[in-house]
Design a protein around this ligand. Structure first.
Ligand SMILES: C[S@@+](CC[C@H](N)C(=O)[O-])C[C@H]1O[C@@H](n2cnc3c(N)ncnc32)[C@H](O)[C@@H]1O
Length: 223
């Protein structure tokens, strides 16, 4: 059963509203604006991947918007991206086809890439000569992560109110162990309870200005 409604956010890009959790997939002030600010500008571009393999983990693939924007940003870089995405409850291909992302300025050239991203739920595909996507249809809690692997983590789960079990120190510790020293984790959340759980798990944390409509976000560095 389809359990989502498409909502148009204030920057004109779509997001989904999940009827069972009562949660939006992105900020209603702007889905693309939020993803660009939190994950691309504060995470991907801050990490400045260059000239090597670069491993990204996304917690909560959802609409695939972060993956699409990362794919676009990586085009001009001489770097091979290995993008691992965890998503236990994938949206249907039909729902993905209705999202307006590849109709937006700057993203229309990526229609084939976006289609490929939603053509499977569990497995791997090479999306371009330098972009490999691996999707895992599992919960974050139930999977094992390879140690010392990820350079960058997009932590984009539903909120700590909706899914408190995902924002705990033991979960962040598991993620931190899967990251290279100095690796970066970014999340839209800024609550003290999240920041302290990250610190307890061996991250140093920074509070950064959030995207429009949100005062702050967090960037954490694996020590
Ligand atoms: C805020 S939304 C994702 C937004 C997504 N990154 C995007 O750009 O559309 C949170 C996502 O986490 C997924 N999720 C729910 N429970 C999860 C779990 N236990 N482990 C990993 N992901 C989970 C949801 O299905 C949903 O797609």
């Amino acid at each position: 059963m389809q359990n989502h409604e498409i909502i148009k956010t204030e920057d004109g890009s779509d997001t989904l509203f999940n009827l069972s959790s009562g949660e939006h997939y992105h900020s209603i002030h702007g889905a693309v604006q939020e993803s660009m600010h939190v994950f691309i500008d504060s995470g991907f571009l801050y990490s400045a991947p260059s000239n090597t393999n670069f491993n990204i983990l996304e917690v909560g693939f959802g609409t695939g918007l972060n993956c699409l924007l990362t794919c676009k940003e990586s085009i001009s870089r001489d770097v091979k991206i290995f993008y691992d995405a965890i998503e236990p409850y994938p949206i249907t291909k039909a729902m993905a086809d209705k999202l307006n992302y590849t109709g937006l300025d700057g993203l229309s050239a990526f229609i084939n890439e976006f289609t490929m991203m939603h053509s499977f739920d569990d497995g791997a595909v090479t999306i371009g000569p330098r972009f490999m996507l691996h999707k895992l249809k599992s919960t974050l809690e139930s999977i094992e992560l390879i140690p010392d692997n990820f350079n960058l983590v997009y932590f984009d789960a539903f909120s700590a109110e909706a899914q408190p079990e995902l924002w705990k120190a033991e979960i962040f510790l598991k993620i931190r162990k899967s990251m290279v020293p100095g690796g970066i984790l970014v999340t839209y959340a800024a609550k003290g309870i999240v920041r302290r759980a990250l610190q307890q798990s061996g991250f140093t944390t920074e509070r950064l200005p959030g995207p429009p409509g949100k005062r702050e976000m967090l960037r954490a560095t694996a020590v």
